[in-house]
Design a protein around this ligand. Sequence first.
Ligand code: ADP
Ligand code: MG
Length: 345
Amino acid sequence: MDEKRTELDRLGEFGLIDHLTSKFTTKQASTTLGIGDDAAVIRISDTESMLVSTDFLIEGVHFNLMYMPLKHLGFKAVAVNVSDICAMNGKPEQITVSMAVSSKFPVEALEELYEGIQIACEAYGVDLVGGDTTASYSGLTLSITAIGRAETEKIAYRSGAKENDLLIASGDLGGAYVGLQVLEREKQVFQANPNIQPDLDGHDYIVQRQLKPEARVDIIEYLKELDVVPTSMIDISDGLASEVLHICKASKVGCRLYDEKIPIDGKTSMTAIEFNLDPATCALNGGEDYELLFTISQSDWDKIKGNPHMTPIGHITDAADGAYFVDKNGSAIELRAQGWDHFEQ
Ligand code: ADP
Ligand code: MG
């Protein structure tokens, strides 16, 4: 009898998660939301909920130690998990850190990793409360779980966007991807001739965007001060296009996203062009910016108008109108996600 074998790339990352988890139902009354958003939502009192999110970082898949110092890796690992709690409009409070580590790492290397973890814990006000440590045959694997808290009524799900809401992005986009191109180029130069030192001059900002992204806890605080509760929110880990489509799918809506409105730093654009890349494409498909993408009701527009940290990039439409990217010539192109799919590497 032939054994059935289905290759992982047939399903892709999201298809696989759906396939494996679709038969699970939640039994606990406290489980408000299980799988499907940036964090799970668990009721802890009449008014408050706990948020839980977990992510893996694997050497060779998510990071390359040739150009990622371990201290930066520690910081980034915490930041990306804290970012998932922010994406629910919550406040991060604790993390656990689990690692599998091979004998190629001396204690000093892991001390550096934990120095970065500690700096991030200080920066985001979170406590390290546990984890697990085990041997690995190859390289380093990190898994971090972040726990946060939110007022239940103010939680922002991916599913809450409504027709006519405004689509807002925090910070600027595309920098992390262009920074990665600079690091990859210098890695190749170094591999060809180890005597040549990396030339990162003038690229500090974008290299920093790649190596040391910040979770936007400040945006969550601004929104609170401004008394704005986003109707939906997600963090930009895979590229703007993929995240906009996640919101559209979960909220059963369409959108118009405008090329000319996407916030891109001048240094990102300049370097993208140097690499023959279109800056907007880097923002749409690059990923790892860890900014926040959210929707607000039009009635909240006056509260955030002119805020330098938040840029309106489009609006939500009826699902029947589809999800479109409007380029600089005014042509509407169907929005597609070409974010990184780790199974395709
Ligand atoms: P994110 O991009 O925020 O890390 P993912 O795309 O990794 O989110 O995951 C989407 C959803 O699927 C999340 O709710 C996550 O908790 C859940 N999920 C991912 N992998 C698994 C798994 N192996 N088993 C159960 N749930 C999973
Ligand atoms: Mg994940």
